[in-house]
Structures are given as structure tokens and as C-alpha cells.
Design a protein around this ligand. Structure first.
Ligand code: PEP
Ligand code: MG
Length: 567
């Protein structure tokens, strides 16, 4: 079994179709420049035709936005800096066309790859894709035509280029697994829009899997099982069918209101890591973004991201959410999240150490830059800002003070700022939950981070396999901390959400509803299922359920109670 990143949900079982990209060694040869220029020009023309055909085949299967990628590819083919550069090199150095193309394009690719902006870096992949095509045409190498596959397969590749992905025929391509790529790589974005299950970032899959091997692609958990036994296949077939039926049936909940049978409304929001994730939030009927983990913006950069770069990202999210609330969490770095360009202090327990708001309050320049970017973006939507890892009242006051200072400066500079920004906090440290009624006097809202709240209340490192049995979302001790937090918020007329993994768990929703949670934030693909659950429950009955759960002794008892009450 190999592990990777689940990039597009689903489970499929099929044979592996290995997409091998022929290894071509390009040598520098002295040639007749005229002939080489002709070869190059002809290869460019054929490539342009290929791209136009691929685009045509993809119309109706890809969104308009995704189709634009092919216009970008055509522009690469016509780019004077690239084409004239190649021709000039052939002429001045009298070298072969493929060599000139390789070196000129290579320069562009390294420039794009070295850029700070993650989106621009991804564009290096576009240039690679187009120049590979032109190179193959110069050399007369066959380019694999994925649209010709006529049996059910899971494609296994080092990487899939956008043009490879666009050619995938959903009827036969049951999924794909690639060695490289992250959630924002193009192949991942397209897989989501084509709804083809995909696992990316699977190290060594090319050397482990053989063409024709039987594979199970579990793109819910990010796993690839190679040549599994009959029993495992049978088990996954059941899982796959269950998942497909469930997804199809859930579509009807997209435009429904999130109301209980007795008309109690809660908000179902999504957790996102990048602006690109917003599309999936809207497709799945998300009522807002409940957690935007901004640290991914910092982790994908080569240096601290500038105010401008951050402003663009936040603005994009707010604009695309079109007036729906967006909770942006200020930088939560440290613990298990590191930066290439910053040396964290050596600590015995990094999760208990210098992270999140602690670092931001110590290095205020970093914090101020982010707050300014957020305040400037606030004019484009309904912004809610929250501080992570707040432990004391003084920390919250200090963070809020920095926010007020930056706001005042921007107002003095005449910058437009949203007029209904809320400033709240994550409740993920037990000390903050216990003092929630005091915090609620100064914070506009709470969002409970159960991932951390559980590790801190149980004193069990969330990264350690050995103590993972202590990850107990249903333990009455945790339910009591959650209750204290919600009650604290409500006592002062504030709302309380949850953005830890627990918020999207089907078993947890009934009891959280009963405890009075106002907002549930989860991965976009969990929203419709959550809405279906809320729609089927009575708020009054869930309050009774929660009251009983709080009096139990163990997590097992709580789960038994929930499962026997909610069928
Ligand atoms: C949490 O702690 O529950 C949370 C949502 O934050 P993160 O998982 O990013 O620490
Ligand atoms: Mg956390």
C-alpha cells in the first residue's frame, strides 16, 4: 500500500495503465540552420493543431476556466520570446532544433519555478507541457493518446500534464495516481472538475506498480493498494458502491436550507487552504468558509509572502464567496508546520511551544503585514478574522490591539475597509474553553479547534501513533469543554462554530447540534452529507441527547447513545 494526498474524492478498482514518458536524451549537434528552423516551425504548427483538437474534445467536459489553460498553451506556442529565442539560437550557434528548444525553454522554466507566487510556479508546468509536445514532434516521437484508452483503467504516472488530464475519458479512466503534485496542481484541480478520483504525491508509485497490476485507489483516504486479495477487493467494491450512491443522492441537498425538522438553522461552512478551493465550497452548497488556513500561503512561498500577495489571495476568496461569510485564520505556523525560510527555535514540545499567535505577537511585523492585507481585502466581502491558539485574555487583547492599530492607519490613509468585520478566536486550548464566558465579552465569535483541543485536553500528541487511542472526540470531558465554550459565547450574544475535523463527522453532528453549535466547518465534500443529517434531526431531541451524553463516563457510552438515538 502506498500513501499520497487525496486530491479528488472517490474509490475505484481497476488495472493500472502506466503512462511512461519516453526518456529522451538531447544532444547538441551541429546542423544546417535552415533545415532545423523549418523542422521547428513545422513542429510548432502541428503542436498548435494538437492543442486545438484537445481543447475541442474537452469542451463540455471541463469548465470554461479550465479550458482557458489551452489558450495559455497556444500562447506559449506563439510566444515570440520563446520562438524567436529558439530560432536565434539555431542561427547563431548552428545547432539542432530540439537542443535549442530545450535550452531556451529550460531558462523560462527555471525562471517560473523560482517565482514566489505558487500560481506562477505552476505555470512552469504549462511551458514544460507545450515544449515537450513540440520536441516530440521535432523528433517524430509518438505522443500517447489517452483518449484512445478503451478499457477501464487507473492511470499511473509520474505527473499528468493539463493536456493529458483533459484527454481523459471518464468512461474508461476510473482514476489516477501520480508521483508529484499537490492539491493546487493543475491535474488535481481538473480531476475535481471532471470528478475523477485522484491521489497525487504518491512517492515511488512508478517504480512499484507494473502496467496491468490490479489497483484499488482510495481517494477518500489517499491510499493506493497494489494487487490486493479477493477479500479486500470485495470489501472495497462495497465501499465504492456505497460512496457513489451516497454522492448521487446527496446532490439534492445542494440548494436546501440547513434546517432541522423543528426549523432550527445552523450554518454549514467549509475549511479551505487556498483560493482555488472555493469552487468546491460553492459546488457543494457551502454557506460560507469557516476556516481559511492561511499558513499554506506561507508554506508554499520562498520567503514571507508580501502584503500585496496576501491581499490578492484574500480578496480572491472574499470575492468568489460573493457576500457569504469567510473566516480567515491568521498565521498558524509552528508545531508540525514549518517554513523553508525561517528557523524555528529548538524545542522539546513544538506543539506546546512557539507557534501561531505566540509567534505573531512576538514578531509583530509579520502579523501586521497579514492584518493589513486582510483589512484591505475586507472591502470585497464579508470578512471574519480569527486568531489561533489563544490561551489568555491578554493575548487576545494584544492581538486585537495590533488589529485596531493597523485598521486606524489604513483608515487614515483613506483605504476602503469593510464595515462589518468580526474579530474572533479559535478555542483550542482548554484554558480558553474554561474561561469562554470572559473571552466572549471581547471576542465577536469562537471557532472550536477540536484537533488541538483534544490533544491538549488529553495531553496526547496528535502526531503520535502510539497515543492515537486518546483522540476521543466523544469523550464526555471534551463534550463538556465544548458546552462551556458554546454557553460562554451565547451568554454574551456571540456565535460559536467548530472547524476541527469533528465538525464534519456524522456521529458528532447530532450531539453538537444539541449542545447549541451555530456553525459547522468541514471539508467541502462533507457538507451535503452534513446537511442531510441536520435536515433529518429534531433540535429539541438533540438537546435531550446532548444532556444525557454529558452525564456519561466514556466515549464508548456516548457513541452508543448517539447511534441508538439517531438511526
Ligand atoms: C484544530 O486545531 O482543530 C484546527 C482546526 O486547526 P489545525 O488543525 O489547523 O491545527
Ligand atoms: Mg489548531
Amino acid at each position: 500500500m502506498l500513501k499520497g494526498i487525496a486530491a479528488s474524492s472517490g474509490i475505484t478498482i481497476a488495472k493500472a495503465y502506466k503512462l511512461e514518458t519516453p526518456e529522451i536524451i538531447i544532444e547538441c549537434k551541429q546542423c544546417d540552420p535552415q533545415q532545423e528552423i523549418e523542422k521547428f516551425n513545422k513542429a510548432v504548427e502541428v503542436s498548435k493543431k494538437d492543442i486545438a483538437i484537445i481543447k475541442e474534445k474537452a469542451v463540455g467536459r471541463l469548465s470554461d476556466e479550465d479550458l482557458q489553460i489551452f489558450d495559455a498553451h497556444l500562447m506559449v506556442c506563439e510566444d515570440p520570446a520563446l520562438c524567436d529565442g529558439v530560432i536565434q539560437m539555431i542561427e547563431s550557434e548552428q545547432v539542432n532544433a530540439e537542443y535549442a528548444l530545450d535550452s531556451v525553454a529550460g531558462n523560462f522554466i527555471s525562471i517560473f519555478e523560482s517565482l514566489e507566487d505558487a500560481y506562477m510556479r505552476e505555470r512552469a508546468a504549462d511551458i514544460k507541457d507545450v515544449t515537450r509536445r513540440i520536441k516530440y514532434h521535432i523528433l517524430g516521437v509518438n505522443i500517447a493518446d489517452l483518449s484512445l484508452i478503451n478499457e477501464e483503467v487507473i492511470i499511473v504516472a509520474h505527473d499528468l500534464t493539463p493536456s493529458d488530464t483533459a484527454q481523459l475519458n471518464k468512461q474508461y479512466t476510473k482514476g489516477f495516481a501520480t508521483e508529484i503534485g499537490g492539491r493546487t496542481s493543475h491535474s488535481a484541480i481538473m480531476a475535481r472538475s471532471l470528478e475523477i478520483p485522484a491521489v497525487v504525491g504518491v512517492t515511488d508509485i512508478m517504480s512499484t506498480v507494473k502496467h496491468g497490476d490490479m489497483l484499488i485507489l482510495d481517494a477518500l483516504k489517499g491510499k493506493v493498494l497494489i494487487n490486493p486479495d479477493e477479500e479486500t477487493i470485495a470489501k472495497y467494491r462495497v465501499e465504492a458502491r456505497k460512496y457513489e450512491e451516497e454522492v448521487a443522492a446527496l446532490k439534492e441537498f445542494k440548494d436546501k436550507e440547513t434546517l432541522t425538522v423543528d426549523d432550527h438553522h445552523v450554518e454549514l461552512a467549509a475549511n479551505i487552504g487556498t483560493p482555488n478551493d472555493v469552487a468546491a465550497v460553492l459546488e457543494n452548497g457551502g454557506e460560507g468558509v469557516g476556516l481559511y488556513r492561511t499558513e499554506f500561503l506561507y508554506m508554499g512561498a520562498k520567503d514571507w509572502p508580501s502584503e500585496e500577495e496576501q491581499y490578492e489571495a484574500y480578496k480572491k476568496v472574499l470575492e468568489s464567496m460573493d457576500g457569504k461569510p469567510v473566516v480567515v485564520r491568521t498565521l498558524d505556523i509552528g508545531g508540525d508546520k514549518h517554513l523553508d525560510y525561517y528557523d524555528f527555535p529548538e524545542e522539546m514540545n513544538p506543539f506546546l511551544g512557539y507557534r501561531a499567535v505566540r509567534l505573531c505577537l512576538d514578531q509583530k511585523d509579520i502579523f501586521r503585514t497579514q492584518l493589513r492585507a486582510l483589512l484591505r481585502a475586507s472591502a470585497y466581502g464579508k470578512l471574519r478574522i480569527m486568531f489561533p491558539m489563544i490561551a489568555t485574555i491578554n493575548e487576545f487583547k494584544e492581538a486585537k490591539q495590533v488589529y485596531e492599530e493597523e485598521k486606524e492607519k489604513l483608515v487614515a490613509e483613506g483605504v476602503a475597509i469593510g464595515d462589518d468585520i468580526q474579530v474572533g478566536m479559535m478555542v483550542e486550548i482548554p484554558a480558553a474553553a474554561i474561561l469562554a464566558d470572559q473571552f466572549a465579552k471581547i471576542a465577536d465569535f469562537f471557532s472550536i479547534g477540536t484537533n488541538d483541543m483534544i490533544q491538549y485536553s488529553m495531553a496526547a500528541d496528535r502526531m503520535s501513533e502510539k497515543v492515537s487511542y486518546l483522540y476521543q472526540p466523544y469523550n464526555p470531558s471534551l463534550l463538556r469543554l465544548i458546552k462551556m465554550t458554546i454557553d460562554g459565547a451565547h451568554a454574551h450574544g456571540k456565535w460559536c462554530g467548530m472547524c476541527g475535523e469533528m465538525a464534519g463527522e456524522p456521529d458528532a453532528i447530532p450531539v453538537l447540534l444539541g449542545l447549541g453549535l451555530d456553525e459547522f466547518s468541514m471539508s467541502a465534500t462533507s457538507i451535503l452529507r452534513a446537511r442531510k443529517i441536520v435536515n433529518s434531526l429534531s433540535h429539541k431531541e438533540m438537546k435531550d441527547l446532548a444532556a444525557k451524553a454529558l452525564k456519561l463516563e466514556t466515549q464508548e457510552e456516548v457513541l452508543k447513545l448517539i447511534r441508538s438515538t439517531v438511526k
